[in-house]
Design a protein around this ligand. Structure first.
Ligand code: 5GP
Ligand code: ZN
Length: 114
């Protein structure tokens, strides 16, 4: 998907501050951080929204969630807490249509979300 922003970041066509990568995932700093830690974990493969997931993607999603927890732990937020968020479609505020997991931490986060 040459027109997809996160596909282009994954391909290295658009610069990002990468914090982790492997053969299925890339993680990078959000350009507009909402907390002291705000990392996005994205699959290398293009999937627009959570609605596009099938059972075949279960290992991928598991890897994304475990990587989010590992990044938070590396930064010292495991015990204090952190938040992971998948926004799906307009009512959730999704703006980039390539599945991504937000990993937020380093400040007290309120609930319910806005
Ligand atoms: P969404 O609203 O779709 O759940 O989240 C998209 C996220 O992507 C937002 O937090 C936004 O700040 C981030 N973002 C948008 N464009 C870029 C970019 O070019 N580089 C990076 N690193 N993050 C981006
Ligand atoms: Zn994409």
């Amino acid at each position: 998907m040459s027109s997809c922003l996160f596909c282009r970041i994954v391909a290295g066509e658009i610069p990002s501050k990468r914090v982790y990568e492997d053969d299925e995932l890339v993680a990078f700093e959000d350009i507009n951080p909402q907390a002291p830690m705000h990392v996005l974990v994205v699959p290398r493969t293009h999937l627009a929204t959570l609605n596009d997931l099938s059972g075949d993607h279960d290992p991928l999603v598991g890897s994304m969630v475990r990587r989010a927890a590992a990044i938070a732990a590396d930064r010292g937020y495991a015990a204090g807490g952190f938040r992971t968020v998948f926004n799906c479609n307009a009512d959730a505020g999704q703006t980039v249509f390539h599945v991504h997991l937000h990993v937020l931490g380093g400040r007290r986060l309120s609930w319910p979300p806005g």
